[in-house]
Design a binder for this molecule. Sequence first.
Ligand code: 5AD
Length: 350
Amino acid sequence: MTEKFRSLTETLILHHSLSSEDYEYLLANRSEESAALLAKEAVRVRKEMYGNTVYIRGLIEISNICRNDCLYCGIRKSNLKCKRYRLMPEEILACAEEGYALGFRTFVLQGGEDAFYTDDILCDLIGRIRERYPECAVTLSLGERSTESFLRLYEAGAERYLLRHETADEGHYGQLHPPEMSFRNRMKCLYALKEIGYQTGCGFMVGSPFQTYKTLAEDLKFIETFRPDMCGIGPFIPHKDTPFGKGKGTSEKVELTCYLLSIIRLIHPPVLLPATTALSTLHPQGREKGILAGANVVMPNLSPQSVRAKYELYDHKLFSGEESAEEIENLRQRMKRIGYEIVTDRGDRA
Ligand code: 5AD
C-alpha cells in the first residue's frame, strides 16, 4: 500500500470527503491489503454508529410489470420472455402479515413502474398497512413518479423511498437507459423525495457496462453531497434476455462492491447500507462479506413463493432463502457467527 493511499484513507476518515481524482485513486489502487484497511475502518465507524446490530427489512416484490426499458434489467418492457405478475393489495397485505409474524417491522414494497398502482390504490394500501401495524415502517421502491405523487404517498404514511440513481454520470446514464429516460428526471425525483421528508435511498450497480473508475468516483461524490439515508449497491449481473446479456458476474465485482461499501460507510457514517441480494447471488457468503465490509442491513424476500422466480432482474437471482421462520433463524445464526445481531425494530438512521 502506498503512502498516498494511507494518507487518503486518513483524510476520508477525518473529513468524509475526497476529490473525484482521489476517489479514483482509491479505486484504481486496490489490493487485498488496502481493502482490508478500508473494511477495518468502515467496521469501526459502523460499530460506533450502530454497534453490532444488523437491521432486517422485509422485501415484497409487488409487480414485475414495468413501463421502462432499462438496458440492463430483466423486467424491462421489451423482454417478452419475462412472465409478468402483479400482486393485488390483498396479497401484499398477506405478505405483510406473514412478515409481521416473523418479526419484520419494515416492509419494502418494490416493483417495476406499473401503472396499475395509482396513487389512490397505493395510498389505500399504505394506510391499511400503517393502520394494522402502527409500529412498522413502509418503504417504497416503485421508480420514478411525479412530485405530487411522492407527496401523496408520504402523506398516506410511507416514510422511506428507495430510488437508485444507477450512475451519477449523465453520459453513462444515457448508455444504460433508453432515450425516453433521463438523468435529470432521476435526480429531480431524488431531490423531491428528500425535500418532502422521506428517508431517501439512492444506489448503483457495480460493474455495469461502460462503468469506469471515473464514473464510480462520480457516484461517490454524489453520495458525499446528496447524503442519502440509505444506499443500495450490488454487482451488475447480466440477464440473458437483455441487450447486456453477455458476460458474467465475476468475483471481482463482489470484491469491488465490498470495497465500495467500505468507502461509502467512511464517506457517510450513518448511512443504512444493505448487503444486497445481488451480492449474495454472486457469492455464497455475500451477505457476510457485505456486513464485514461495513453494511448494516439485510433484506430477505417476503414475496409469495409462486411469483418469486419471476422477479428476475438478472440471471440466477436468488429466490429461495431467508423468508421462513427457520430461514430467518438461519440468517440470524450466520450473522451471529461473524459477531452481529439481527434486530427487528424499525431501525431508522442513527
Ligand atoms: N444486475 C444487478 N442489478 C440490477 N438491477 C437491475 N438489473 C440488474 C442487473 N442485471 C438493479 C437496478 C435497479 C434495481 C431494482 O435492481 O439497480 O435499480
